[in-house]
Design a protein. Structure first.
Lengths: 352, 352
DNA sequence: GTGAAAGCGCTAACAA
DNA sequence: TTGTTAGCGCTTTCAC
């Protein structure tokens, strides 16, 4: 086995001492070189890098973390990894994090507070440098744990009164108002809303924004046209069924998220209704899939990239520069309407 | 601030020494208690747990890893997290891992060997206890690095000649043969195949299995009906377009994965063709979404749960019990046909 | 059963 | 500029 690693006792990975020995310098010099800490001469630097390459040395992050107190690990806790919105968010977050030399730890709570507690514990044990809590729910009590662990935290739609906490505000209003204007412009006056579970802040905010947009459009709000669903595809199917059972159903439906809207598409098809000719449907999120439903979904885009970027920035600046007084504590991510094929003028015949 | 943590100097998290002091025992006893190592009397055990609870103590995993050499961290490298198959796989893998007290590190290579190399390096630095490589591609050279790092590894569809390596074999053949039998049973004789990128082992295996299934059915293979796509939805759209340009197109199309099949559904709709009346479509994977396409997709199921379970088992047994001679080195995950709405008898009129 | 003490591999003071 | 050394928080011999 003519491998470079055969020089040392087999089975043992090279450590900083091995590198120091090979480069004939002290371990401090190796450490400095690896970390780019200033005072190292080019001559030694070169010798060290050569030894590192030769031995195939990789620094042990655990040892590093132990002494430096920084793990370069970031946690992200999402509500439900089954909803495509979240993998997309995680992916953006990971890309940014890895580009900055961080690793990420992912957890999905499935909206279960007990699971959230476990997640928080796991993050604390692994000494993450920050946690992004993207659950959009009722989380205050458990989060306490993280905050008291002294770890930077960033939340979506939730303010925590702690210097280590930041908040990302989601401006659903802009997108939802645009959607309603789009619909009324098309001639719709009967507009329903399939809401998310009321246990989520975001769901309530979205519903409220819908109500105010309807009011702003001068439309009366039909109470039974606002139905609480659960942000899943199945929930959307069920919600639409409920709406259909009503004597008069709306000609357009706005949904609290895309999965719900896709459920409506599905249920409408099963009921023999054509979208958008017989029924207009609007989603919210603009998951990747939305462009490929049949018909392509008109939806309110909530950029995962922006959200991930804001979350990372909040954590990163807090971790790097905790004292900075000018550190941003609040971030705003906006929404916008994407018009595709699931909306059209209402049928000419009066709706029943 | 009447918090339990106020007893110690603020700002500092309780460590094992603090617990030992509070329980009036040595740190060794605390360690033994936490780890469930045998010789600790119930009396002391109780005192220790009480102190732990009281101080809200969490062991530092990095310190633990440093001394024990085990990180309880498992890596999973996937080909493309954008394909819903992979988030679903990751999720299963995570569930199993967390249930066993492991944490996971996720990486997506996007089929780029350079990224794979980076991933491998990241995993090595974090001292993972094992890596599941679910890229289904050409990876031998880089993987060397992991193997030489002495870390257990499990690959999909790829055998590595190393005692630390295991393999998961995918039995596509069963499912694909079942699909062809289903199609011929329906009356189809003109069957096309939209393959995956030839850079992936799995894509080639799937294509070969298709060819042999066609032969087994006694059908002639139309060469131009086998088209290389790229396992994406867009690729499926393009592949179908190509097929449609042919004078005579097949009455049924089997796709190398579900995303491709969904692309075909989409493209067929755009072309004014009805599925399954005018065209039958079969996918492969059975991603969660497949049940909700319009129409629901008939597909060959490749269980993510089984795959994840096999991957975890391979890594876990190898990590826990490396010497065991009876350790399984090969795992088999099978496939099966799920008949839904995208397949039906071919149109009565002869295909052009 | 329990405790004292020796490190795991590394960074950061402090000296030189 | 470089080297020496003292831990980071924990597990694990080894004595008691």
């Amino acid at each position: 086995m003519p491998r470079r690693s055969s020089r040392k006792a087999a089975g043992k990975l090279p450590d900083i001492r091995a590198v120091a020995a090979a480069a004939r310098v002290s371990i401090a010099t190796v450490s400095r070189t690896v970390n780019g800490s200033p005072p190292v001469s080019d001559r030694l630097k070169k010798r060290v890098w050569q030894a590192i390459k030769q031995l195939n040395y990789l620094p042990n992050t655990h040892a590093r973390t132990l002494v430096s107190g920084r793990s370069r690990l970031l946690g992200i806790i999402v509500e439900n990894i089954t909803n495509p919105f979240f993998p997309e968010l995680i992916r953006s977050f990971e890309e940014i994090a890895v580009a900055h030399g961080y690793e990420i730890l992912v957890s999905s709570t499935n909206s279960d507070p007990a699971v959230l507690a476990t997640c928080a514990r796991r993050m604390l044990e692994r000494k993450v440098d920050g946690v992004a809590v993207m659950t959009f729910g009722e989380e205050e009590p458990v989060l306490d744990q993280i905050v008291h662990g002294g770890i930077p935290i960033v939340l979506a739609e939730f303010k925590l009164d702690d210097p280590k906490a930041s908040t990302i505000l989601l401006d659903y209003s802009t997108g939802i108002h645009a959607a309603i204007r789009h619909l009324t412009g098309l001639g719709h006056r009967a507009i329903g809303f399939l809401a998310g579970p009321h246990s989520l802040h975001s769901a309530i905010t979205r519903e409220n924004d819908f109500r105010s947009a309807i009011a702003a459009a001068g439309l009366p709000l039909q109470k039974k046209w606002v139905i609480e669903c659960d942000h899943t595809l199945k929930g959307g199917v069920a919600g639409f069924e409920q709406l259909r059972k009503l004597g008069n159903r709306p000609t357009a439906i706005v949904c609290s998220n895309d999965m719900t809207a896709i459920g409506v598409l599905r249920a409408a098809y099963a009921a023999g209704l054509r979208v958008p000719e017989d029924l207009s449907v609007v989603g919210l999120d603009d998951i990747d899939f939305a462009a490929y439903t049949l018909p392509p979904l008109t939806t309110i885009r909530l950029s995962r990239v922006e959200l991930a970027r804001a979350a990372f920035e909040a954590l990163h600046t807090q971790a790097e520069d905790p004292e900075s007084p000018k550190r941003k504590r609040e971030f705003l991510v906006s929404t916008s309407l994407v018009v595709r094929g699931s909306t059209a003028p209402p049928p000419a015949t009066h709706p029943s």
